[in-house]
Design a protein around this ligand. Structure first.
Ligand SMILES: Cc1cc2nc3c(=O)[nH]c(=O)nc-3n(C[C@H](O)[C@H](O)[C@H](O)COP(=O)(O)OP(=O)(O)OC[C@H]3O[C@@H](n4cnc5c(N)ncnc54)[C@H](O)[C@@H]3O)c2cc1C
Length: 364
C-alpha cells in the first residue's frame, strides 16, 4: 500500500517521488510514458532568454517574476530555487552536475550553436563557449546523427561572435564496431563502457588532436558509467574532453539523468517502474480508470499505454489533490522545464493523494 501515487515520471514526477520517499512516505509513480526527460540534453535551463540570452538567471529572476505574475517563478523564492538546484546536484551525483543559478554557461548544441544553461553535466561543461580554446570536434563515422563538420563550422562562427578567434575543426573517428556501419547514440554509449573500445577511440584521438586543443565528442560517452568513461578518456587522450548533446532522440544524457533519479528513488524505498500495458483497476488502493498507464513493479520498460483519459475520473474515485508544478524556463515564451522540489515542502500529511505533475501553464 502506498501513501502517495505520483502521476508522471518525468523530471517533476521523479524529483517529487524521491523527495517524498526520502521523507518517509511510501511512493509509487504512475505514468503513461517517459515524458521529455529521455529526449532532453538534460541541462537545467533556469532562465535562458528574455528574449536576449540571459547571463545571470539569479539576477534576472526577480524582474522576470514581476513581469510574469502567472509564472511559477513568481511563486517561489530565488533561495528555494537555489536550494532545489543544490538538491538535484546532490542527488544525481553518480552523474555529476556543475554550475548554479548565478551564471549561464553557453554550451554548443549538436549543430554547434551555443545555448545558455545554468546547471549542466560535468561532462559537458568544458564546451562553455565563453572560455574555450582551440577545439577539435570529433565525429564518429557510425553515428549518422552527429555532423562534426557542421558543428565545428557553427561553433567557430559563434566563438567569433563572442569576440574570440578560437580555431574549431572537425575530425572523424572510425573505431571498430564489429562491422556495424550505423550505430545509434544508445548503442555507442554501451560500446564506450567497454574498455577496449575506449582504448581504440583514445588511440585515434591521440593521433588526430593537437596538443593545444580540447576535444568535443557527441554525448555518447557511456550510460551508467559516464563519469568513469569521460575521466578515463581524458586521461588516455591527455586532453580535456567535453560532450555535445546529440539532436536526435533518444538522448543519452537524458537517459542518464532519468536512470540516476530512478535509482535514487529505488534506494529511498520508492517504486519507479517500467510502463505496463493493460487496464489497472487499482494502484495500491487507488482506483484508476481502466486503460490508465501504470508503472509496474517489474518494470516492463518501453511499452506505451493509453493515457489516463481523465484525471478528474481518478479524482472522483481516489481523491485527487492537484498542486501547481514549478517550472524552470529556458525560454520564457515556451512551455519549459520543471522543478518539483517545492512539492516536497507542501506535502506534510500522510493522507493518500494523487499528484498530477504534468500540467504546464501557459507562459504567455
Ligand atoms: C525535446 C525536449 C528537450 C528538452 N530539453 C530541456 C533541457 O535540456 N533543459 C531543460 O531545462 N528543459 C528541457 N526541456 C523542457 C522539459 O520539459 C523539462 O526540462 C522537464 O523534463 C519537464 O519535466 P516534467 O516532469 O514536467 O514533464 P515530462 O517530462 O513531460 O513528464 C510528464 C510525465 O507525465 C506523464 N503523463 C502525462 N499525462 C499523463 C496522463 N494523463 N496519465 C499518466 N501519465 C501522464 C508522462 O507520461 C510523463 O511521465 C525539454 C523538453 C523537450 C520536449
Amino acid at each position: 500500500m502506498a501513501d502517495v501515487v505520483v502521476l508522471g515520471a518525468g523530471m517533476a514526477g521523479l524529483v517529487a517521488a524521491v523527495r517524498l520517499a526520502e521523507a518517509g512516505l511510501r511512493v509509487v509513480t504512475v505514468a503513461k510514458g517517459y515524458g521529455s526527460l529521455r529526449l532532453s540534453p538534460a541541462t537545467i535551463d533556469i532562465l535562458g532568454y528574455r528574449p536576449e540570452p540571459v547571463q545571470s538567471p539569479a539576477a534576472e529572476l526577480p524582474g522576470f517574476a514581476e513581469a510574469h505574475p502567472g509564472h511559477p517563478y513568481a511563486l517561489i523564492s530565488p533561495a528555494l530555487l537555489a536550494e532545489s538546484v543544490q538538491w538535484l546536484k546532490e542527488h544525481v551525483n553518480t552523474y555529476a552536475y556543475v554550475g548554479d543559478p548565478s551564471t549561464n554557461m553557453l554550451l554548443p548544441t549538436a549543430i554547434g550553436v551555443p545555448r545558455p544553461s545554468a546547471v549542466v553535466p560535468e561532462t559537458m561543461a568544458g564546451g562553455d563557449v565563453r572560455d574555450i580554446g582551440p577545439v577539435a570536434i570529433a565525429g564518429l563515422g557510425v553515428l549518422k546523427d552527429f555532423h562534426a563538420a557542421l558543428a565545428a563550422e557553427n561553433l567557430q562562427a559563434a566563438t567569433a561572435a563572442y569576440g574570440r578567434t578560437t580555431q574549431v575543426r572537425p575530425v572523424l573517428l572510425s573505431p571498430p564496431t564489429d562491422g556495424q556501419a550505423d550505430v545509434g547514440a544508445l548503442g555507442l554509449a554501451r560500446m564506450f563502457e567497454d574498455a577496449a573500445f575506449r582504448r581504440a577511440v583514445a588511440a585515434e584521438l591521440r593521433a588526430a588532436v593537437r596538443e593545444d586543443e580540447v576535444v568535443g565528442l557527441p554525448a555518447v560517452l557511456g550510460m551508467d558509467q559516464a563519469r568513469l568513461v569521460w575521466t578515463e578518456l581524458q586521461q588516455a587522450v591527455g586532453r580535456p574532453v567535453f560532450e555535445i548533446p546529440t539532436a536526435v532522440p533518444t538522448s543519452v544524457p537524458g537517459m542518464r539523468l532519468d536512470r540516476a533519479l530512478a535509482a535514487r528513488l529505488r534506494r529511498a524505498g520508492g517504486r519507479p517502474s517500467g510502463l505496463t500495458a493493460g487496464a489497472a483497476p487499482s494502484v495500491d488502493g487507488f482506483d484508476v480508470p481502466a486503460g490508465a498507464g501504470v508503472m509496474s513493479k517489474e518494470g516492463a520498460a518501453g511499452r506505451m499505454v493509453p493515457a489516463l483519459t481523465s484525471v478528474a475520473d481518478v479524482a472522483g474515485a481516489g481523491g485527487l489533490r492537484e498542486f501547481p508544478s514549478c517550472f524552470t524556463s529556458g525560454d520564457a515564451s515556451s512551455s519549459a522545464g520543471s522543478f518539483s522540489s517545492p512539492f516536497a515542502f507542501l506535502l506534510k500529511s500522510r493522507e493518500k493523494m494523487l499528484i498530477r505533475l504534468s500540467r504546464r501553464p501557459s507562459m504567455r
